[in-house]
Design a protein around this ligand. Sequence first.
Ligand code: ZN
Length: 313
Amino acid sequence: MDVVAAQWRERGGEVVAPRPATLDELARVHDREYLRRVAGTAGRAVALDPDTFTSPESHEIALLAAGATLMAVERAMDGRTAALALVRPPGHHAERDRAMGFCLYNNVAAAAAHARAIGAGRVAIVDFDVHHGNGTQHIFEADPNVLYASAHQYPYYPGTGAVTETGTGAGAGATVNLPLEAGAIDDDYRIVFAEVILPVLRQFKPDLLLVSAGFDAHERDPLGGMRLTTPAFGAMTLELRAVADECCGGRMALVTEGGYDLHALAASLEAVIQVLAGRSVQAAWPGPGPHRSTRGRDSAAAATRALAPFWRF
Ligand SMILES: [Zn+2]
């Protein structure tokens, strides 16, 4: 993270130390009883879930991760800059009442709720982590003012994110899932962005665009089964930045999620930072590689059918 912070600073970005999130800020998206349970792990090593363990410092660090994400929202909402919260632990698997998949607090969900509390009417969250953000989807699935759109490996952990999950009640249509079979390449992501995610964002017209920026769909990632190259992360960020410029005065904040190959993570973050700094000359989608795939086209076709009652494609 120090390396990435140095890259950011070199490009004229400001690096700010995080503050801890308050319990009231987290209680917008988590049950108080759950917050008490996580706080009770301070100073101890505890297994909260088969994949989610704490060390003695985890609670304190998770509060700082959520707090950094809230600060990124505050800065983006001020219109001062696009902001990037460089955090661990990740957040998008954390449910309202339980830890899951390395996540204690749902950072991006707390960020969306914070944005609504400080004046954003509508918030969109785009999640390109290789895993589906079950926690984020569930927290907002009935809320028409928070749109959640995810491109993810499917079927895969955590099992949610089918194309037919489109939101519930008043939130119908505000959940957008692009499940992709393992092995998806840059061009598959380019297609689901161009045919589904970007058109929906332009119709939803958010006041703030949040990004759950996971880097575990990278071809080198040891957990994910996708084949994204490093420049694809710059290309996705550039597309999202263009929507933020069009719809919400450039108000955009990214928060890191997964990404488990440290070299791929650093290189992909650098591609993202180049775009955020406005100096990228190589953020276009990479040209066709050696692989061919219909995964993106298949996913986009299924999603446009499932979402046809709610959006124009
Ligand atoms: Zn992930």
